[in-house]
Design a protein around this ligand. Sequence first.
Ligand code: UDP
Length: 416
Amino acid sequence: MTDMLTRYAAIVGNEVIDHLYQLAEPLEGMNVVHVNSTREGGGVAEILHRLIPLKQELGIRAGWEVVSGDAQYFQCTKKMHNALQGDREEIPDDLLQHYETTNARNFERLQARLKDSDIVVIHDPQPVPLLNLCHDRKGKWIWRCHIDASRPHRPVWKYLQQFINGYDASIYSLPAFAQPMNHPMYIIPPSIDPLSDKNIELDEEETNAIYKDYHIDPERPVISQISRFDRFKDPVGVIQAYQMAKAFGPPLQLILAGGTATDDPEGEEVLAEVKMAAKGDPDIHILMLPPDAHRTINAIQRISDIVLQKSIKEGFGLTVTEAMWKGKPVIGGNAGGIRIQIVNHYTGFLVSTPEGAALRIRYLIKHTDRLKEMGATARAFVLENYLLTRHLREYLTLMVAVVRGVRERIELFNNH
Ligand code: UDP
């Protein structure tokens, strides 16, 4: 076992790691490339930064490519993102044309890699048309959808489907997100890496530095939400919940920490709305963090009494997993992937309104024994279900199945 995998074994047990070796054996030396549209910001980049090195550690030649584009391209892909999550976005033809041309330009740059790979994993809608451009491909292509596409705006979905249907398989985080396709579909929820800067244990000094650095009072309760400034994350709803909870008692402080993702053009606008809603309250701390502020986010989650993720739509919500892993109860929007993480009343609370969130905040601040108990259950739930090793096991199983063209079950022979 390599040093890196030994560190994972200390958390999840040797058996889990042995299983990974067994599954990776038939894939040894294979070329696998993941393609998405940003190296920084958002959950997909967060996962790829961790998943790819671990695949490499198991002998797979895994790599990561990023499609690039101008503001118009990202305007189009953001509209697609919003439409897949249910917004009635009409995307003009010239924007779609620009989307396809941008993909064609990216294909020119990436074609050698894409043609030669045994497995190509395309993440989300941004690079989807690359497949149609790759006429003499050698490998299998998989579309990985991270979005809550359970009720997409039909015209946009139909447009994308003409590309997606050509893939050999697709992956969704939840069964509800899968749309009918003419290829095998897999359910693989995302994960967090317990050894990353975002999630690793921190010493008290580093954790407590947050109080001084951001002028937070250590004596008063802290609630937080870490998210891109995106309307689907409902940051204004979080401020409303905080205001309602505070009006009835606890002297709360709120941290809203976010940053910008290079593929999200709406961030500035939403940030302005958030600042407006927070105006005049010195206990609301809006932090714009750089993309590599992983340890800072880790520490903010650790000093929080309660973490919120009040999303209205959510593919998965890695921030929920991150907070639960730190033993925090999460109050989350009753949406998408948050539902498979928050077991209502056990690992946190599911809410649909700012009023509901305010009620749960007050309850947990008052009942500290419940707060601790829920936090401990949350951590145990993540250990069992949402760590990187489980995620990788499912990816490897899928890859073996796709490469061998097996639909029902795969047989492995252990030569160790
Ligand atoms: N994140 C970050 N900086 C920020 C905001 C978010 O590093 O300013 C991270 C966050 O910790 C999480 C990921 O970005 O790991 C967001 O993933 P999630 O699935 O919660 O949401 P997405 O942005 O993909 O919709």
